[in-house]
Design a protein around this ligand. Structure first.
Ligand code: NDP
Length: 332
């Protein structure tokens, strides 16, 4: 069983030396347990937080432990009545070829409904983050302006399309011409801004949002967010979903403050963690699944083969090298 463990904690940007490829025996399930072979490993920005010892909403990964991560896999052996060999499941198996989990920790996936890799993407944690963050916190109304940062990514692409379905005017922010073309032409937003190309981001945003900003779904923080904040309307809602521009900064971000705009415009600004809605995930998955089957919700995957390529792919994703939901294909 090949595994990738945390070898050391990164300072700033992670490097390949922070990871270690090791080999261990494949365990055997005990009562209630299931042995799963990993097929797709999901790489997500939150993993950068787990590599750090800093306090967060979830515990850090210890040095020497297997890197955490969501996986879509196939049941090899089961000592749990709910699963049999061949079943496709989703669970937190981590960066490894095989994992032993309690049956209660696994979600069964129906391969006839959608490609199984979507269980860690549009029909999994990132899709649910978009669904609950946008509809429960952002609450877009028809005709309002919704701005989405990291709009081509796993979460942002779903937010962009759901906001359109809700009848809002949607402005996406992404880095580079290819991602921007995708957000505009494929996802169907009303306007898109390449934050890497604009010298005056606030001015470009003002042009794209002539009626100001009512909902800001933020995946990035930093200068992009400061620019959006200059356009908040009265009683705007800001969904603080992610701060990827801060994750690799050794001492955190210090830029101009958005708080003045929050104060004068009485903006509602709320942090969100997708697990807060755990009891309602079935509802979210059912609606997202229907949107996908109806062709209203598109998704893009960026798949790299081989567990050994997970560290470099993860480091690249934190720098925006991914185009779509980042996945490692571990086995057929
Ligand atoms: P993505 O697929 O969007 O990949 C990350 C993207 O972030 C990159 O492709 C890049 O796109 C963008 N990015 C990287 N650095 C910067 C920067 N300095 N400034 C602006 N953009 C940057 O990842 P996910 O969709 O999986 O995650 C998006 C965000 O949502 C993350 O912040 C993540 O932590 C958060 N999240 C939060 C959850 C919650 O429960 N709160 C759950 C899941 C995710 P580009 O090339 O366009 O810059």
């Amino acid at each position: 069983n090949r595994q990738i463990t945390l070898a050391s904690r990164p300072v700033g940007e992670p490097t390949p030396e922070n990871f270690k490829l090791v080999e261990t025996a494949i365990g055997a399930p005990e009562r209630g347990q299931v042995l799963v072979q990993s097929l797709y490993l999901s790489l997500d920005p939150y993993m950068r937080g787990r590599m750090s010892a800093a306090k967060s909403y979830a515990a850090s990964t210890e040095i020497g432990d297997v890197m955490t991560g969501g996986v879509v896999g196939r049941v090899v052996e089961s000592k749990h009545a709910g699963f049999k060999p061949g079943d496709i499941v989703n669970g937190t198996i981590g960066w490894q070829e095989y994992g032993l989990l309690e049956g209660s920790e696994l979600r069964k996936i129906d391969p006839s409904l959608a490609p199984i890799s979507t269980a860690v993407g549009v029909l999994g944690m990132p899709g649910l983050t978009a669904y609950f963050g946008l509809f429960e916190i952002g609450k877009p109304r028809p005709g309002e302006t919704v701005v989405v940062s990291a709009a081509s990514g796993a979460v942002g692409a779903v937010v962009s399309q759901l906001a359109k379905i809700a009848g809002a005017r949607v402005v996406g922010i992404a880095g580079g011409p290819d991602k921007c073309a995708y957000v505009k032409d494929e996802l169907g937003v009303d306007a898109v801004i390449d934050y890497k190309a604009e010298k005056d981001l606030a001015a470009a945003l003002a042009k794209a949002c002539p009626d100001g900003v009512d909902v800001y779904f933020d995946n990035v923080g930093g200068p992009v967010t400061d620019a959006v904040a200059t356009l908040f309307n009265l009683r705007a809602r800001m969904v603080v979903c992610g701060l990827i521009s801060h994750y690799n900064m050794p001492n955190g971000y210090s830029g101009p403050s958005i708080l003045r705009s929050v104060l004068t415009n009485r903006v509602t600004i709320q942090g969100m963690i997708v697990f807060d809605w755990h009891s309602r995930w079935p509802e979210g998955l059912a609606r997202l699944g229907q949107f996908v089957r109806d062709g209203k919700l598109k998704y893009k995957e960026d798949i790299v083969a081989g567990l050994e390529n997970a560290p470099a792919t993860f480091i690249g994703m934190l720098n925006g090298k991914n185009f779509g939901k980042t996945l490692i294909k571990i086995a057929e």
